[in-house]
Design a protein around this ligand. Structure first.
Ligand SMILES: Cc1cc2nc3c(=O)[nH]c(=O)nc-3n(C[C@H](O)[C@H](O)[C@H](O)COP(=O)(O)OP(=O)(O)OC[C@H]3O[C@@H](n4cnc5c(N)ncnc54)[C@H](O)[C@@H]3O)c2cc1C
Ligand SMILES: *[C@@H]1O[C@H](CO)[C@@H](O)[C@H](O)[C@H]1NC(C)=O
Ligand SMILES: *[C@@H]1O[C@H](CO)[C@@H](O)[C@H](O)[C@H]1NC(C)=O
Ligand SMILES: *[C@@H]1O[C@H](CO)[C@@H](O)[C@H](O)[C@H]1NC(C)=O
Ligand SMILES: *[C@@H]1O[C@H](CO)[C@@H](O)[C@H](O)[C@H]1NC(C)=O
Ligand SMILES: *[C@@H]1O[C@H](CO)[C@@H](O)[C@H](O)[C@H]1NC(C)=O
Length: 585
């Protein structure tokens, strides 16, 4: 083991230094359209997500796709789907959600892409309002607001997502100070839904705060209420932020986490549990006159050399194959220290990093994603997770633990690390655990309590029957979060297990279902997955089959749900004894 990890070291350092150098030197490939059609580019289609694989590895099909470029055209498309009782799903520019939200049921289904619904309709500085079409990318929304001297205060950190898509899954930034999610800043929505013959089979509903029940439903809709055509958002006057990353020992993280979140408006934490390290983001609003033109081009969202991604994938596969835990630990430290020393991609002026604090305009530091840019090349570079690079495959678990329980959750993870010190080293390749602050929301499917959201990205084998190293530890953390600590999963991330019985965690979900029945009584916009998570289909989200627990499709209840032939059996958790996890014996 030791010699193996040493063997990789020179290569790794080379790879890492070129990672930091090569990025942004060559052109990149924008991610592909997730809809692929074999007949006339619009018929006989398959739809996937940005990673090219859903949690259950199935493929989704549709009869055809349409690309409306106006609301009027959209109404016509929804009307004809209603008349012919066709299932419909809305797809976006890149399709970044993990679960099967975008899959229509049945091969006769229709996809409506919002690619051509991507305009800014109006900007009003006096009232602080912007109106956009739903297919606009977060990046364009941020830019249009900034051009008018305004800003969205809290947004996702990745700007390659659309307004329609990010609202549907309740996407958020990080703050305990005000609404942390984009939907908390929505003041009105126009949504096209099916309708009866008296309305011509489709209608546009304009929902604002004069109708709070419907507004609370459409803000976070999982896409099951109809097609959102336009969104009106409340903005703030442009401001600057002053940002410092501070590396600390994580031994008091459980005690510090809440105080820290209350102290800094844009606080978040990168947590590297196996290194006993937490990197605190001290990030606050400052006057626009404060000197500084900082930029945040977050390194993991830059275009990355396909060669590098491929090599890193091979290294990771080899480490898994040879059980090289200590190799992962050495590599993890290297990744973290190179990110810390390059300030995660922050610069003080768009060119170099000269020291903290970095002061910059909100639009230049709030979100990133330069791997989306540049024209197509021969696939020399792309976003790191682009499936065409054949590099890494990973899961992303993301759950929000209520503030009242977050200290206990952190201590339980630390107790697990104490028992298995090398078990979480593999996370550091994916920049550890990202902890963000999220506020309770009035949206029916939004967060129910002020919480800390934990983003955990981890290795997934290309072979569904092959367990991960320390398979049991991440399964235990996942179950601990959603069962013991009542966490809510992010609707756009996670594996099936995180969604078991989830709808009962939302106090007012019946209000949501009433609106759904009114807007789309035949469930044309629903699919098997949304019916299950919403509790309409009582069958539940678990898929029980051999090896299902390895893929997060079930919680194991028998050994065959794990991989007994490879020595992995279904056993209780080590810290959370009620967990059932695949343990190597
Ligand atoms: C690299 C990366 C970083 C991320 N960072 C964050 C983050 O910082 N914070 C966070 O909260 N999340 C984050 N996410 C998750 C992401 O925000 C969600 O998955 C989001 O839903 C993706 O938006 P999308 O436009 O790709 O929508 P899709 O995934 O394509 O669609 C999501 C759902 O919305 C529906 N939908 C889309 N448009 C419409 C419309 N106009 N009308 C009705 N329904 C519609 C779709 O049918 C589908 O059901 C990240 C994801 C990635 C890949
Ligand atoms: C494909 O498009 C061409 C030209 O627009 C048309 O003539 C043809 O019938 C189409 N084929 C199918 C199978 O729809
Ligand atoms: C439709 O797509 C499938 C793959 O999804 C392919 O096998 C089939 O040949 C296609 N049909 C036509 C008519 O192109
Ligand atoms: C963190 O602090 C604890 C307790 O003070 C100490 O035992 C541990 O060695 C420290 N870890 C690191 C990585 O410095
Ligand atoms: C979570 O917090 C609630 C409210 O404070 C408390 O009643 C419950 O015991 C906590 N759960 C755990 C597992 O700590
Ligand atoms: C649930 O919805 C009803 C009706 O909109 C509202 O009166 C109530 O306050 C809501 N409850 C919660 C907990 O959000």
């Amino acid at each position: 083991m030791g010699c193996c990890s040493k063997g990789w070291m020179p290569l790794l350092s080379l790879v890492l230094s070129s990672w930091l150098l090569l990025v942004s030197m060559v052109g990149c490939n924008p991610p592909p359209d997730p809809v692929h059609c074999t007949v006339n580019a619009t018929r006989n289609c398959t739809i996937t997500n940005a990673y090219g694989v859903f949690p259950d590895r199935s493929t989704c099909k549709a009869a055809d796709v349409s690309y409306p470029s106006s609301e009027a055209e959209l109404v016509g498309i929804v009307a004809s789907a209603t008349v012919s009782h066709r299932k419909v799903k809305v797809t976006t520019r890149y399709s970044h959600s993990f679960p099967k939200l975008v899959c229509p049921d049945g091969e006769d289904a229709l996809l409506i892409s919002t690619n051509k619904l991507n305009r800014v309709l109006s900007v009003d500085y006096v009232d602080g309002i912007i109106v956009v079409e739903s297919g606009i990318l977060l990046r364009e929304l941020i830019a249009a607001a900034a051009k008018a001297g305004m800003a969205l205060p809290y947004t996702p950190y990745w700007w390659g997502i659309t307004v329609g898509g990010l609202l549907a899954t309740g996407s958020h930034g990080s703050t305990l100070w005000g609404g942390s999610s984009v939907h908390d800043h929505v003041v009105a929505v126009r949504i096209v839904t099916p309708a009866g013959p008296e309305d011509g089979f489709a209608k546009v509903r304009e929902i604002d705060d004069s109708n709070p029940i419907e507004l609370n439903a459409v803000k976070v809709s999982l896409g099951v209420l109809g097609v959102i055509s336009q969104v009106k958002l409340k903005l703030q006057p442009m401001f600057k932020r002053s940002l410092t990353y501070s590396v600390a020992n994580d031994s008091d993280l459980g005690d510090e986490v809440i105080t820290f979140g209350r102290k800094h408006e844009f606080a978040d934490i990168f947590w590297y549990p196996s290194q006993q390290k937490a990197v605190y983001r001290l990030d606050d609003r400052v006057d626009v006159k404060t000197k500084g033109d900082g930029r945040y081009d977050f390194i993991p969202f830059r275009d990355t050399s396909s060669f590098l991604v491929y090599i890193l994938g091979v290294i990771e596969e080899t480490q898994e194959l040879t059980n090289d835990a200590s190799g992962k630990c050495v590599q993890g430290k290297l990744f973290t220290s190179s990110l810390v020393s390059s300030a995660y991609g922050l610069t003080n002026n768009g060119v170099i990093f000269t020291g903290y604090p970095v002061v910059g305009f909100q639009n230049n530091v709030q979100s990133a994603g330069s791997c989306l840019d540049s024209p197509e090349d021969a696939l020399l570079t792309a976003c790191e997770w682009d499936p065409r690079l054949k590099g890494e495959l990973f899961y992303q678990a993301s759950f929000s633990v209520p503030l009242s329980n977050v200290t206990g959750f952190i201590r339980d993870i630390q107790a697990l690390v104490k028992l298995e010190p090398e078990s979480l080293c593999g996370l550091d390749k994916y920049n550890g655990i990202l902890m963000r602050y999220v506020k309770a929301s009035s949206a029916y499917l939004g967060k129910q309590d002020d919480s800390v959201d934990f983003d955990v990205t981890f290795y997934r084998s290309k072979d569904p029957m092959t367990p991960r190293m320390f398979e049991d530890v991440l399964e235990e953390i996942e179950q601990m979060a959603v069962i013991k600590y009542r966490a809510l999963p992010h609707w756009g991330k996670n594996r099936n297990v995180a969604f078991a019985g989830v709808i009962r965690k939302y106090k007012n979900y019946t209000e949501f279902l009433k609106v759904k029945d009114e807007y789309d009584p035949s469930g044309l916009f629903s699919n098997g997955w949304t019916d299950k998570v919403l509790g309409i289909d009582q069958g539940g989200v678990m898929i029980e089959r051999d090896g299902c627990a390895l893929e997060g499709l079930c919680v194991c209840s028998t050994d065959s749900h794990c991989a007994p032939s490879k020595g992995y059996y279904c056993r209780p958790g080590k810290v959370y004894k009620d967990a059932r996890v695949c343990t190597k014996i």
